[in-house]
Design a protein around this ligand. Structure first.
Ligand SMILES: Nc1ncnc2c1ncn2[C@@H]1O[C@H](COP(=O)(O)OP(=O)(O)OP(=O)(O)O)[C@@H](O)[C@H]1O
Ligand SMILES: NC(=O)c1ccc[n+]([C@@H]2O[C@H](COP(=O)(O)O)[C@@H](O)[C@H]2O)c1
Ligand SMILES: [Zn+2]
Length: 313
């Protein structure tokens, strides 16, 4: 359950207690069940009651493939199919060069290719904030950044609507500027391979994972060779927050991988229909992905590993 839903559930629990419908000890589990049922029923009846969601995908996108774009379509279908959510936007956030992953080409090329790839989408966009930071940014901070942006945006919209209605009255103007409004939830979208990396020592901190699945939510798309259900079951942290983890199955098996695309390019093989045509044209024009680019950062420690190892010393 995300931030705004958590708040609503707490308010709902207080109302139930005020009417004597719940005893103190029962409030957690029972109110959650009743609240969830009412929430789904009312959301299905009235689409306006659905929780608005923005999907954020962080990754190398080196280069962006059709499967990266498919992830968004699959996640949106899944979430909207639950009857509880409306997905209003998708954001692709290419990682900065300071991530130091082997074979990672300059972020401006990855950004341009992602922009070309999303030109045909009316809801998925690319955001350069993360890659424009001087240092590598933890994913939880990218989530916080976009959540903050959305909150400011919805407060500004609400304020301007209210202020327009009652602009003459000073008191109301003051209320407008202080008012807060429910804002869309931000969910992290990833493939099952990224979920599996949660167990790699020093790659993710427990605090960050707690926040990602506890405060935000996760939408995870199946990927060949990974068993995300088993992984969630095997982790106490993930299991505790399993109501915030949405596992989506890709039934039309599609194992496109950027690593394999780069390999094909090095070998002079066609990658058409694996990537959008404008991306293929761009990387051919700029002669991207050869042995030299693949050797970039070879032997360099991945920045999260370096940072977290330093902090645990
Ligand atoms: N075929 C796929 N199925 C499911 N998820 C995918 C697939 N390809 C990429 N993703 C997801 O897209 C996000 C960005 O992935 P990334 O840029 O690492 O692409 P990749 O194909 O995994 O590249 P690489 O092989 O270089 O790691 C990650 O969350 C990853 O799990
Ligand atoms: N601790 C963290 O926040 C952490 C650790 C490892 C990877 N990541 C992110 O996950 C994504 C993984 O991308 P790749 O699968 O391309 O390596 C990147 O956006 C990277 O910044 C975050
Ligand atoms: Zn990957």
């Amino acid at each position: 359950m995300g931030l705004s839903q958590n708040l609503k559930r707490k308010q709902f629990t207080v109302v139930l207690m005020q009417f004597g419908l719940l005893r103190l000890g029962e409030r957690g589990q029972h109110s959650q069940i009743v609240f969830q049922s009412l929430l789904s029923a009312s959301a299905m009846e009235n689409p306006e009651k659905r929780v608005e969601v923005v999907l954020l995908s962080c990754g190398s996108f080196n280069p962006i493939t059709n499967m990266h774009l498919r992830m968004f379509e699959l996640a949106r279908d899944y979430l909207q199919g639950t009857g509880k959510y409306t997905v209003i936007k998708g954001i692709i956030s290419p990682v900065g060069d300071a991530y130091k992953k082997k074979g990672l080409i300059e972020s401006h090329h990855r950004l341009t290719m992602a922009t070309l790839a999303t030109d045909s989408s009316d809801w998925v966009t690319v955001d350069p904030w993360e890659m424009n930071q001087k240092e590598w940014v933890e994913t939880v901070k990218v989530l916080r950044h976009h959540h903050e942006n959305l909150r400011n945006l919805s407060n500004a919209e609400k304020s301007s609507a209210r202020c327009k209605r009652g602009k003459k009255r000073k008191k109301e103007e003051k209320e407008c500027s202080l008012e807060t409004k429910d804002c869309p939830e931000v969910m992290l979208l990833c493939g099952a391979d990224v979920l599996a990396t949660f167990a790699v020592p020093n790659l993710w901190t427990t605090e960050d994972l707690e926040e990602i699945v506890g405060k935000f939510s996760l939408v995870c798309i199946s990927r060949t060779g990974n068993k995300p259900e088993d992984f969630v079951y095997g982790s106490d942290l993930l299991w505790r927050h399993r109501q915030n983890i949405h596992l989506v199955t890709e039934w039309i098996g599609n194992d496109i991988s950027a690593t394999k695309v780069r390999r094909a390019l090095r070998r002079g093989e066609s990658v058409r229909y694996l990537l959008p045509d404008p991306v293929v044209q761009y990387l051919q024009k700029h002669h991207l992905y050869d042995q030299e680019s693949e050797d970039k950062n070879d032997g360099v420690v991945l920045e999260p590993l370096r940072r977290n190892a330093k902090e645990t010393k």
